[in-house]
Design a protein around this ligand. Sequence first.
Ligand SMILES: [Zn+2]
Ligand SMILES: [Zn+2]
Length: 340
Amino acid sequence: MTTTTYRAVQVSKPGRLEMVERELTAPPPGKVRIRVEACGVCHSDALTVEGLSPDIRYPRVPGHEVVGKIDALGEGVSAWKLGQRVGVGFLGGYCGRCTPCRRGDFVNCQNQPVSGVAADGGYAEVMIADEHALAAVPVELAPTDAAPLVCAGVTTYNALRNSTARPGDLVAVQGIGGLGHLAVQFANRMGFRVAAIARGEKMQPLARQLGAHHYIDSQAGDPAAALQALGGASVILATAPSGKAMSPLIGGLRARGRMIVVGVSADPIEVATAQLISGTRAIEGSLTGSPLDSEETLAFSALEGIRPRIETVPLEAAAEAYSKMMRSEARFRMVLVTGQ
Ligand SMILES: [Zn+2]
Ligand SMILES: [Zn+2]
């Protein structure tokens, strides 16, 4: 690499993505410099693009589904090699000093440097990342396929593998979008009986192709009754960004069933207290995963042939790709590529 600048797409003020040229800098101690190959466009990029995060300082490069090759090592970095392909997800490291960190619960670090929010992310040809934020990418996976797996992938993979569901249990996946289309594949390969829930019949063929054993059209009738007719769900993984769409599903949980929420929505979930008490049911959240969880998501995907459905666009089309994702028109993940 002889150039001394690189291209990046930054947010200069809320709602405005612009391509800029930046000076190449050496990674500080404990960090690596990555030549970005691919970066997925995630709904949480709105934190940066729309200025939804209170502590954001502009200009800021969004992007936290990043895959590329390490091209420079900061002082003290010994666990990673030059030329190694790595992924960087939502969690950009951890402080090591707060109470959750002292408990070893790095995902819940109170000073979490979120990629593309606290520091510049992957909508660029180059990204600087903390050594603790890296996940090794297996050779079987193309960078464009690996990118969505370090956020959308690990979010659903981790929620499912850490759930109380056991092989053979009925697991429902609500929403067949960026998160849900991966969740159906993971749930199938983990040995669950999978019910996909979406609006209308349009998604049925794809849901079945991805591994759903049952398909429930949430507009055709009562989806909770449909789940109960199948025996009741051990887990409902709620991925669609709508509290209103999640609420009517709670009645579909079997006794001791759990609704696990990973889709971020502006509106609340409504639940009758008796629905939780009777049957000892629960609603819980799940926050992405650690970089090692990402690495295990990638390894499981390579092992089981799981791939995201993606649409690749060049870096310079980042603004269009972001708008398309926000309009829920991405099928199913927009991925920026740099041509590197
Ligand atoms: Zn994300
Ligand atoms: Zn911490």
